[in-house]
Design a protein around this ligand. Structure first.
Ligand code: SAM
Length: 159
């Protein structure tokens, strides 16, 4: 039994960090991981709104922070930034192969990462960063060629 001031930590053991990927370092499975497995529970450090603008946005940490809802002094809900301590900061983004989801716990200041489908040994564990990326996505779907666009257009049948 854990008291309310204790957070039970959990991390899937079957993981490695590879450093030679087109996305830099990334987290990969060494064994098959079933859907709904807890991958990691990470504590977070919530940054002050002004601290973020004055300092963090000017550093490479800017590429590692997550949006974090917070209440300002006049009780307004604001979006702050949080640094994810631990493995959470190592997950790369994939629009097409996302296999991990994450959930914020704003009371306990943690993020829980879970597999959303079976992940095979050797696969990279990827989350979604959303639509506003600050880098060129190396596995974004390639844009259609003019010929492919024309073919797609010709397949549209108007009623
Ligand atoms: C939170 S870090 C992830 C860990 C990072 N790869 C590393 O080596 O420290 C986010 C950074 O990883 C890289 N990254 C993540 N997903 C990517 C993707 N789909 N395509 C290209 N680069 C990606 C970008 O440089 C991004 O700023």
């Amino acid at each position: 039994m854990h008291s309310s001031s204790e957070i039970l930590l959990q991390r899937c053991a079957d993981l490695v960090i590879k450093s030679d990927t087109p996305k830099g370092r990334g987290v990969f499975a060494t064994k098959d991981i079933p859907a709904k497995t807890i991958i990691d529970i990470c504590p977070v450090l919530v940054l002050g709104l002004q601290e973020n603008v004055d300092h963090i946005e000017k550093t490479s940490l800017y590429h590692y922070t997550y949006n974090w809802p917070t209440t300002s002094e006049n009780r307004e809900i604001k979006v702050a930034q949080a640094v994810i301590l631990g493995l959470g900061s190592m997950f790369n983004h994939s629009t097409q192969q996302q296999n991990v989801v994450w959930e914020r716990d704003t009371d306990r200041l943690i993020i829980t990462y879970r597999s959303i489908r079976d992940i095979h040994a050797g696969e990279e564990l990827c989350i979604s960063y959303g639509n506003h990326l600050t880098f060129k996505d190396v596995d974004a779907p390639s844009p259609l060629s003019p010929e492919e666009e024309l073919e797609q257009f010709n397949q549209i049948h108007l009623e």
